[in-house]
Design a protein around this ligand. Structure first.
Ligand code: NAP
Length: 484
């Protein structure tokens, strides 16, 4: 593995299992700003040879990494559950998603091209070609510690860039495995370097260093808006994928059992710690009481605990700070007049005593102007809002600052299409939960949820490449051009 470390490091990041804080995975010494500067120099030296490597060959490195990762699926999933907390089935799903992204982008090595266009002039050919940017920085959050690096690093590498990856301080080990596997697959030294340390320290060093040609960030709006301003201020390319406040709309002609199952999966899967989590259910009054009852039954039946144990369906929050934030929102919900219909409590009994567990929580009768209806909570808290029509549902949904993903449960095709057309979100699901993404279709949001282009699929390559337009005149003699 390439790491940025050259000099002795002093402070330590204590990497603990959020389901059981007595389980310490590692004590990691963070890199320094000086380490980052050295890693950038090493990446600059590695870049020319990687740029010159034919893209299909670069893709083969990703394909080998995908094979290695698949052969270690169980081990990687267990590590992910211990480090981040999501239950083992979800962790396996995340590792597989990262593998699919490696596989997709390995194939892009064969397709990395431009387009040809006819010229207005005779004996002239016009075409575009995609070229790498140079040394780029990737900054990722803790909630998808394997898939997030995968969906950014894979396109950056196949495009021919040298990459510095800074994972969240809460989840450095899973990211380290990803970097190690790529090295094992044959990635040359210095092309991908892991930088571990606090965002305000080494993260900021990456964002502001003039040698870094592009910054791809995923995380909160609060941090992302600052990253965007600082990187754009020095004219680096920037993309920021940020938070979400995702709503499911339920119309009277919906299959309510299907809708309730989808809402529960979206709200409590990964303990609500997904950018795509369902945080709001905007439900037509005609069916809101019935839907609420089914959702509450499902929520109460969820088994909460250590995600490594069989039968557990919802794990802990990631750390004490996230726990405090979620409990603060639950208090605010009740104080501002919403009806707490289930959950709302920290769980500290038995096997949950040393972890950051909260009950699956549902509020009904929520007003759109309440904090729990507006802010990204990033925990297992669902708010139900009653509406009288599709227009009102769209008004509530589009009134949010965020615009990541959305969903509608309905039968009537006209209703569904009006929602698909009118909702302000980067992604729309029909009769399925707000969560999920696939390697071959663009992922990302609008408004506060994202700026700078989509990730995944071939669109994900656009950010990590520059287009060059070529004008090839094979006339062989001087002539007037078409602009005279
Ligand atoms: P965060 O606090 O914004 O941190 C994200 C990353 O930025 C971490 O690596 C962090 O490092 C780093 N960072 C912090 N301050 C920085 C600075 N001043 N300069 C440069 N980097 C800095 O977010 P998080 O709590 O890890 O993740 C949760 C958020 O991510 C949620 O809002 C969620 O919706 C969002 N998310 C969005 C998507 C999407 O695709 N839209 C996907 C997943 C998650 P440290 O860990 O050292 O602080």
């Amino acid at each position: 593995m390439s790491t940025a470390q050259d000099a002795p490091r002093t402070r330590v990041i204590r990497d603990t299992n959020p389901a059981d804080t007595a389980d310490v995975l590692a004590e990691v010494a963070p890199h320094t700003v000086a380490d980052v500067a050295r890693a950038i120099e090493r990446a600059k030296r590695a870049y020319p040879a990687w740029r010159a490597t034919p893209p299909p060959e670069r893709g083969r490195v990703l394909a080998r990494a995908a094979e290695i990762a698949r052969s270690r699926l169980d081990e990687l999933a267990r590590l992910l559950t211990r480090e981040e907390g999501k239950v083992l089935g979800e962790a396996r799903g995340e590792v597989l998603k990262g593998i699919a992204l490696l596989e997709w982008y390995s194939g892009e090595g064969f397709r990395l091209g431009g387009k040809t266009r006819p010229s207005e002039m005779p004996t002239t050919l016009l075409w575009t070609m995609r070229q790498p940017l140079g040394v780029v920085a990737i900054i990722t959050p803790w909630n998808f510690p394997w898939a997030e690096p995968a969906w950014k690093v894979a396109p950056a590498l196949v495009a021919g860039n040298a990459v510095l990856l800074k994972p969240a301080s809460l989840t450095p080990l899973v990211a380290e495995r990803y970097v190690d596997i790529l090295a094992e697959a044959g990635l040359p030294d210095g092309v991908l370097t892991l930088v571990v340390g606090s965002g305000g320290d080494v993260g900021d060093a990456l964002v502001t260093d003039p040698e870094i040609r592009a910054v791809s960030f995923t995380g909160s709006c609060e941090v992302g808006s600052g990253v965007y301003a600082r990187a754009a201020g020095r004219l680096a390319k920037v993309t920021c994928e940020m938070g979400g406040k995702n709503a499911v709309v339920v119309m009277p002609d919906a299959d309510l059992d299907l809708a309730a199952a989808g809402i529960v999966q979206g709200a409590f899967g990964s303990t609500g710690q997904r950018c795509t989590a369902t945080s709001l259910a905007v439900v037509h009054r005609a069916v809101s009481r019935k839907l609420c009852d089914i959702v509450v039954d499902h929520a109460r039946a969820l088994v909460v605990g250590n995600g490594l144990e069989a039968g557990v369906q919802m794990g802990p929050l990631v750390d004490a700070q996230q726990l405090a934030t979620v409990l603060t929102y639950i208090e605010a919900g009740a104080r501002e007049g919403a009806q707490l219909v289930t959950g709302g409590r920290r769980i500290q009994e038995g096997a949950c005593a040393r972890g950051f567990f909260v009950e699956p929580t549902v509020f009904a009768g929520v007003r759109p102007d309440q904090r729990i209806a507006q802010d990204e909570i990033f925990g297992p808290v669902l708010s139900l809002i009653d509406v009288a029509s599709l227009d009102e549902a769209l008004q509530v949904t589009n009134g949010l600052r965020y615009g990541l993903t959305s969903s509608i449960y309905a039968s009537d095709a006209n209703t569904i299409m009006r929602f698909v057309d009118g909702v302000e979100a980067g992604m729309v699901h029909v009769n399925s939960p707000t969560v999920g993404g696939e390697a071959q279709i663009p992922f990302g949001g609008i408004k506060w949820s994202g700026i700078g282009g989509r990730e995944m699929a071939e669109e994900g390559l656009e950010f990590f490449t520059e287009l060059k337009s070529v004008f090839f005149d094979y006339t062989g003699r001087a002539r007037a051009t078409n602009i005279y």
